[in-house]
Design a protein around this ligand. Sequence first.
Ligand code: NAD
Ligand code: UDP
Length: 305
Amino acid sequence: MSGGAGFIGSHLCEALLNKGMRVLALDNFITGAPANLKSLEGKPDFDFRKANVNERIQVEGDVRYVLHFASPASPPQYDANPIHTLKVGTLGTMNMLGLARAKSATFLLASTSEVYGDPLVHPQPETYWGNVNPIGPRGCYDEAKRCAEAFAMAYHRAHQVDTRIIRIFNTHGPRMQVSDGRAVPNFMAQAIRGEPLTVYGDGSQTRSLCYVSDLVRGVLAVLEQGDELPVNLGNPHEVTMLQLAKTIIDLAGSKSVIEHRELPVDDPKQRQPDISRARNMLGWEPRIGLEEGLAKTLEYFRAVV
Ligand code: NAD
Ligand code: UDP
């Protein structure tokens, strides 16, 4: 799998190993870290290779699944690496699909709710085509992922590759980078340090947060029981960013106050997955509630901040 040293990728490596599979993780550490793979070091069925999947990939032997999770994922990180982000969604996806085709493997793409852009349909079903600004600061990520989905469908149609597309909604958990700039890491680090929580705009914009173990269960279900069409994976429990900041202050028992900052350009106003397709096709739905999940993530942040 690509992106194995990242936040979600490292949890997925663990889950695949726990299912008795042999795992090869490829990562160039642009946003991931060797520390994320610490628990896997020395496991006989786990292998790591430092590699940039935007370049040619060669893997010896049989491969059953090819999972493409490599990509910067937080707005400040893809804003800082826009060309790399475009390449990993396009060239990286093409290379990983080429590997899947050569090995007759099942391919899975980690796509995103960002393909819906600033959505005009709410909640978002997979049938919604989205409202994306291709030339704004988020365009490098959103359009790369949309192109990645088109690549997956093209390899499926032209070369009969067995493909999967998951559209991941905001996910949190241990091993998120403290400084990746996303709302959960920012708010948690700020609450723990007693600094003001930086809510962008008036904080009325919404997101729906999924705990990582629920997401990983969903990924495994899609691999085994999914089809080539996109599946939303996320928790439908929707909150405003102001509510999220207040909840994190309460959970942390922090004295931090809330300060408002400028809203980033093209920041989606609302986001909630319609997970009917995942429910019907996979029998999957999240089990971890918002506060329960945030408490687990906070425990991790307390150890690393
Ligand atoms: P992350 O930054 O922690 O992980 C991404 C990993 O990919 C990192 O380890 C990075 O070093 C690696 N990578 C990037 N470009 C690479 C390249 N060219 N070659 C090899 N490795 C490369 O981010 P994450 O939150 O774990 O996200 C993982 C995937 O899930 C991404 O594709 C992201 O778009 C998708 N996703 C995540 C979320 C979320 O809420 N976390 C939401 C939607 C989609
Ligand atoms: N956000 C915020 N304060 C922060 C970081 C983010 O208010 O310190 C807001 C951001 O503007 C967005 C929401 O939180 O509306 C979620 O941002 P994140 O970067 O976590 O994810 P994404 O925008 O990709 O969904």
